[in-house]
Structure formats: C-alpha cells, structure tokens
Design a protein around this ligand. Structure first.
Ligand code: GKR
Ligand code: MG
Length: 439
C-alpha cells in the first residue's frame, strides 16, 4: 500500500507513507480475554522524505487501524516531519476527538487515533534523528540511563489451541527454549518458566499475567515464585480487572507481604481507589487510567500509584514524556505496559525508558515470547534484564526487507484481521465467554 506525492518545497517533506501489516508467531498465552491466537498482528509504518530518508515505526495492528492509517498517510504527504504539532493538529481536526469509551473492555487499547499518532510520530522522530544525526532519546530531552530494565512476564500456557507450540520441534531443547515450548498451568510449572526466563534474559523482577484461573490458584503461583526467588526479586500480578472489589481486597491482603505492586486488580478508577485505600499497597494500571482525559479523576480519587504507559496507546513518545511530567507533579510513578511486539517497538520503548525521570520499576515486555524479527541484525539482546539504548541516529534500528515481506505474507495467509482471544479460547473451552469481571 503506497501513498505518495511529489513536491518541490525546501527542506525535508514527507513524500511517501508505506503501511505494511504483518503477522508474527505468538505462543498460546492465556489472559483474562481468552487465549492468544497463533499470530499477533502488528503494522509497520515507513515514512519517506523527498530526500529519501526513511523513518519507521511499529504498532499493534488491526484492519480498522490500518484503514484509518491509510487516510492519515494521505493527509501528511507534503508535510515537514519536524512539524509534529502541525501534523497532530491536522490529524485531530480530520479524525475528531476519540472518546475514552472507544478503548473497549479488553486488556489492550482499541482506540485508533492514539495508534495513528504514535506510529506517525515515532517514524518522524526516526527521520529527525537521522537528519540531525542524534538518537531519538536526545529528542526527548536526553539520556538518563544507558540501559533500560525489563521484567520477566509470565503467562499460563495451555496445550490444545493457539500457536502450535512450534518450539516442540526440538525434543532436546533445554532452558528457555524448553520453557517456551512447554505448557505451564500450575504453580510448579510457572516457577520453571520463571527460572528459565530469568536465567536466559537476566530479569530481576517478575510479573504474572493473572485473571485466568480462580484467584487462589494464581495466589499459590505467586507464593511459589516468592519461595523460589526470595525477597530480592520483586513480584507483580495483573488480573486485568476481572476481580470483584471484595476478591481483590481478600487476595491483596495475602499478597501484600510479597509484591511490589498489584496491577489492575479491579475495573474502574473508583473501584481501584477503594482497593488501594483498603490495602495500602501500590496499585498500577494500564486499564483504568489510559488517556489524558482520565487524569483529573485519577488524581481526584487516587485510583493508582503507577501508570503503565504505552506509547502506542498514549499517542507517541512526546505524549508519554508529557505523562511523565504529570506523574512527577502528582507523585505518581510511571512504568510501561506491553503487548506482543517486535524490535522496532522495543527500540522506541528503550529510547523513551532512557529519557524518563524516576524510573523505579522494570518495564513490561512480551518480547521474549516472540521469535520473529523485522529488523536488520535480528533480535535485540537483553543483558542482565536490560536493553542498551540503540546507538546510531534515530531509533537505531533498520528494516530487514526480506523479513518484512515474509511477515507480511504471514498476515495474508493467516487471515486474521484483529485480535480476538475469545475465539481462540473457545477452541479449548467451547462456549467460553469473555467477562469484564469474573471472580
Ligand atoms: O498479551 O495477553 C496479553 C496481555 O494481557 C496484554 O494484552 C495486556 O494488555 O500485557 C497487558 C497488560 O499488562 O494488561
Ligand atoms: Mg496490565
């Protein structure tokens, strides 16, 4: 899909926007919305200037976002990529304001505009960095750290549907390769998953994706992790808002001595505030305070202590820096949320993470669960649980065209047009239905 125009103006101007939907192999990860399908959808955006500088970005993909992105691409042809405020204004005026309710009830954000802003902004920042020969982190005010820490992100993983546990091809696999291919549904298996992941990547904090089983099972997993790793490895648990307030208070009391924070135990800012007040432990969210419009009430009721931002959902890197300033002003912490993703998103997260003040918590990432990559040089490395800020101008990563073509072919072949974990879940539990609140 190419959208292009010629112009003869001075200075760099956007001459072409290329939008490529891709599908990446995803393991069968369980979460409150169901089960991950065999492929996760991402969209790769390339913005090319009239002097042939290309900026890239990656966002969660679906057909509706891609369609809107096509029109957005047309609107920015001829624009100066440095004029991000004008670009944003133009897009806002054309698309209109997006209401928070459009986020939806799923653990991930379903709004279109924020994704579009994010993809265009990050690709333009990549261009700007290349023009002035500085890394993106320098466009965000500069580096406060050279390495950005991430947390191990554990998932219950059944057999029988979702991705075909393709790693099973290697019977002799050990360590992380084995843990990735193994199903994991009980506390002992989750401890094995955590040990393998932490050993491979050096993670020093652990998050459990919960909201899958009856809460006591998940609490048992947390205590098994605590027993194995001891008090020096901070633990978090995220049931994606499917607990009732009473459930969250009951299990939150048990968890209090062993967790650094409780993520989205319940749904809605008011309920979060009740739980936080009762438990007196830090609460984190990527579900109840997810946009600037949510901030006034968040401050008023104190719905959370840590906002898990996500540049794909908050409208880009500058917007995330703006969020960081708000958090600093009101004594909140800021960390990062993640969905299945590749190295372009990871690079953008690392540039942002390096620029954020007061980064007290290791960021989330699904990256270890992915096996595909779309950047030259292959998958980015974690050392001691952290990723080094990429060197080189812009994002510091470049598209591998062959890999892009192959992953685009996956998109065409797999036939998926949006994430729907409920459908995949029904393959192992016929009739299973997503419930906004389950326990
Ligand atoms: O990938 O299944 C998943 C996660 O549940 C994801 O969709 C969430 O958005 O990781 C996310 C979270 O922290 O809520
Ligand atoms: Mg979460």
């Amino acid at each position: 899909m190419n959208i292009s125009a010629n112009n003869n103006n001075h200075g760099p101007r956007i001459k072409e926007v290329i939008i490529t939907p891709i599908a990446i192999v995803d393991p069968p990860l369980l979460n409150a919305a169901g089960l991950h399908a065999p492929y996760a959808l991402r969209t790769i955006v390339e913005i090319i200037t009239d002097d042939n500088i290309t900026g890239i970005s990656e966002i969660p993909g679906n057909a509706a976002i891609n369609e809107a992105l096509e029109s957005a691409g047309q609107m920015i042809i001829g624009k100066d990529p440095f004029q991000l405020n004008q670009i944003r204004e133009k897009l806002t005026n054309s698309f209109g304001k997006e209401h928070i309710s459009e986020r939806g009830l799923t653990p991930w954000d379903q709004r279109k505009l924020v994704h579009i802003f994010s993809s265009i902004e990050v690709a333009c920042l990549d261009i700007i960095g290349k023009v002035i020969e500085r890394p993106v982190v320098d466009l965000l005010g500069g580096k406060l750290r050279d390495r950005v820490p991430f947390a191990a992100y554990l998932f219950y993983k059944p057999e029988g549907a979702g991705g075909k546990l393709e790693f099973k091809t290697d019977e002799h696999a050990t360590g992380w390769a084995k843990a990735r291919q193994a199903s994991a549904v009980n506390p002992a298996e989750m401890v094995e998953q955590a040990k393998a992941m932490c050993k491979e990547f050096g993670f020093k904090s652990i998050k459990l994706k919960a909201g899958v089983y009856e809460p006591q099972v998940e609490i048992d997993t947390m205590f098994a992790l605590h027993k194995e790793f001891g008090p020096d490895i901070p633990l978090r648990i995220d049931p994606n808002g499917v607990w009732e307030v009473e459930t969250a208070i009951k299990y939150g009391r048990m968890l209090k001595p062993i967790i650094e924070y409780l993520e989205d135990p319940v749904r809605g800012q008011e309920n979060m505030a009740i739980v936080g007040k009762e438990l007196q432990i830090p609460l984190a969210t990527n579900m109840c305070t997810t946009s600037f419009d949510d901030i006034p009430n968040s401050i008023k009721v104190h719905s959370e202590d840590i906002i898990l931002s996500d540049h794909h959902f908050w409208g880009g890197l500058h917007a995330s820096m703006g969020l960081a300033a708000i958090c600093e002003t009101f004594g909140r912490d800021l960390s990062m949320h993640s969905n299945s993703h590749l190295g372009i998103s990871l690079a953008a997260m690392v540039h942002l993470g390096a620029a954020l003040p007061n980064l007290r918590y290791a960021l989330d990432t699904h990256y270890p669960w992915q096996s595909d990559e779309v950047i030259i040089g292959g998958r980015l490395k974690f050392e001691d649980g952290a990723v080094k800020v990429p060197e080189g101008p812009g994002l510091g990563v470049e598209l591998d065209r062959e890999a892009l073509a192959a992953l685009h072919q996956n998109y065409i072949d797999c036939g998926l047009t949006k994430r729907d974990d409920e459908i995949e879940m029904q393959k192992i539990e016929p009739g299973w239905k997503f419930k906004a609140v389950r326990w």
